[in-house]
Design a protein around this ligand. Sequence first.
Ligand SMILES: Nc1ncnc2c1ncn2[C@@H]1O[C@H](COP(=O)(O)OP(=O)(O)OP(=O)(O)O)[C@@H](O)[C@H]1O
Length: 306
Amino acid sequence: MEYVVETQDLTRVFGSFTAVDRLNIKIKAGEIYGFLGPNGAGKSTAIRMLCGILQPSAGSATILGYDLLRETEKIKSHIGYMSQKFSLYDDLTVLENLNFYAGIYRIPRKERQTRIQEMVAMAGLTGREKELVAHLSGGWKQRLALGCAIIARPAIVFLDEPTSGVSPTSRRMFFNIIQGLAHQGATIMVTTHFMDEAERCHKIAFISAGKLLAVDTPDYLKKNTIEGSLVELAIPQAMEKISALEKLPYVKDCTIHGSLLHVLLDHERHLGDLRDFSGGEPRPIVPSLEDVFMALTKRQRGERDA
Ligand SMILES: Nc1ncnc2c1ncn2[C@@H]1O[C@H](COP(=O)(O)OP(=O)(O)OP(=O)(O)O)[C@@H](O)[C@H]1O
């Protein structure tokens, strides 16, 4: 089996609204596959369909070779799922939560202790096994929730914004764990709004308004999505200058990043023109994923309005 997840025109409508529009994706075993897109893009809806929680309106998919529509229960027994709302019991301890999930996943009794200890160690909770979950901070809860989701050693782990609302350090720790899991052969599908996390994925799928706009490695997307020459420009009152810059015939786009402007020129030969116009010193840069993402959504808006 070359692909552990493969979809054909997977679609979900809610009334007259199309949340996921003919999604075609292919994911290989051991890949960390990031789903990126603005709020309401359809990421959670897509993941919920792939986990068998939500019925597709049209299209088909296979997960680990099982048919999504006909073999949903088999799929569920081979995957782990963690959503933004960690499904932990606050009034139970760390151990009690893990024990509960070990029971749900029907892990044989003789294996339970080993698996639970593995998850405690993975989450960095050794010594805190008897603490009530209510007393743990966000990052610890998040890692415990992951432990509960993967205690049955699923082949595929679906993570829907697992790192929202936790500290940057916890986010980094969490992604280290994810990379470790992928290294051991698990396939990870993860939605995120954070570009630093997207950078750590093997493949990224950009989705907006239910549609897949691009999919490839972070490096490829950065080098090949944007046509033109991207420069960084530091000028005073940058925000107020955007509309004037956008009117220049050789400027394709202009966005603000902190206090700096990213200006997309249609050709690098206009560097001097931009310098003369703005009074600043334009510096050519490699596009970031955020630049790529903005360019793709803008292109999509342009196509829709055309
Ligand atoms: N059960 C539902 N009934 C009606 N509309 C829904 C339902 N679930 C989702 N939607 C709509 O579908 C669209 C896609 O939602 P979804 O949660 O998949 O987006 P998302 O990309 O995960 O966004 P976010 O990053 O904010 O989580 C949204 O406009 C949402 O309001």
